[in-house]
Design a protein around this ligand. Structure first.
Ligand SMILES: Nc1ncnc2c1ncn2[C@@H]1O[C@H](COP(=O)(O)OP(=O)(O)OP(=O)(O)O)[C@@H](O)[C@H]1O
Length: 261
């Protein structure tokens, strides 16, 4: 894989493998439902962290908070030392540029070509020149195996191809953090492996920090430096995948894994 189109092939000195994401005492409620309960955790730069746990345990809510699609009721969230919450809208917009997300349902703009889907945000949000954005988008489309689909519209692509475009679109912003929310759940089974292989390649060949919610336990085992087991809005167990999948300490982790493995 060519590295010149990748988001962060070079290690920037200020990142230096230190802490990139920090959640402190984060609480999120929907009405009476406390989904995250004084949650603390941190992710180091360049690491790949996977969130696992039962349905409804709050995993997606964490990604949505980091995307600023939701606001916490209490607590602080920082990215690369800059405050995401609490912060002014202006501060939040700056921090938000460092975070890319790939959603379960692709969320491409249906009326734009594939190329425009990828160039839109770099031009309008980052102020990149159109020529540079197009050049980068073409490199990324090559990377995800869709160099011939520049002029197609999303509806003309398979689910797997749409998800590849969504991955290219997220990478086009050169984010420090890539959030992946059950990115293969909406795909036909025969398309899952190709998308996961692409993400494995990206995990292996870039220093991008990944925070991933997945039900694909083999994928989690392959890419993760750390796995966090969630239950009722709290991390009940954390460790490297070999430990969590082979010797879980907590009964709830054992129960969950025996249901999904
Ligand atoms: N916008 C919302 N309004 C009200 N309740 C919500 C909203 N979003 C999430 N919830 C509730 O918050 C809880 C946690 O949801 P979340 O999607 O974070 O769980 P999850 O662990 O990602 O689950 P899954 O594995 O099924 O995706 C659930 O009880 C859900 O119903």
């Amino acid at each position: 894989m060519s590295t010149d189109t990748l988001p962060n092939p070079e290690k920037s000195p200020e990142r230096g493998g230190g802490e990139l994401i920090r959640l402190e005492q984060v609480t999120k409620r929907f009405g009476d439902n406390t989904v995250l309960d004084h949650l603390d955790f941190a992710v180091d730069a360049g690491k790949h962290v996977t969130l696992i746990g039962p349905s409804g345990s709050g995993k997606t809510t964490i990604l949505r908070l980091l995307m600023t699609l939701l606001k916490p009721d209490e607590g602080t969230i920082t990215v690369d030392g800059q405050k995401l919450f609490p912060a002014t809208e202006k501060e939040r917009r700056e921090v938000r540029k460092q975070i890319g997300m790939v959603f379960q349902q692709f969320n491409l703009f249906p009326n734009m070509t594939v190329l425009r889907n990828i160039t839109e945000a770099p031009v309008t949000v980052l102020g990149m020149s159109k020529d540079e954005a197009v050049e980068r988008a073409k490199g990324l489309l090559d990377l995800v195996g869709l160099a011939d689909k520049c002029d197609a519209h999303p509806a003309q692509l398979s689910g797997g191809q749409q998800q590849r475009v969504a991955i290219a679109r997220a990478l086009a912003m050169r984010p420090k953090v890539l959030l992946l929310d059950e990115v293969t759940s909406a795909l036909d089974p025969e398309l899952v492996a190709g998308v996961l292989d692409l993400l494995r390649d990206i995990a292996r060949t870039t220093d991008i920090t990944m925070l991933c919610v997945t039900h694909e336990m083999n994928f989690a085992r392959d890419i993760s430096d750390q796995v966090l087991m969630f239950d009722s809005g709290r991390v009940i167990e954390a460790g490297p995948p070999e430990k969590i999948f082979s010797e879980p300490e907590h009964d709830r982790t054992r129960e969950f894994l025996s249901a999904v493995l």
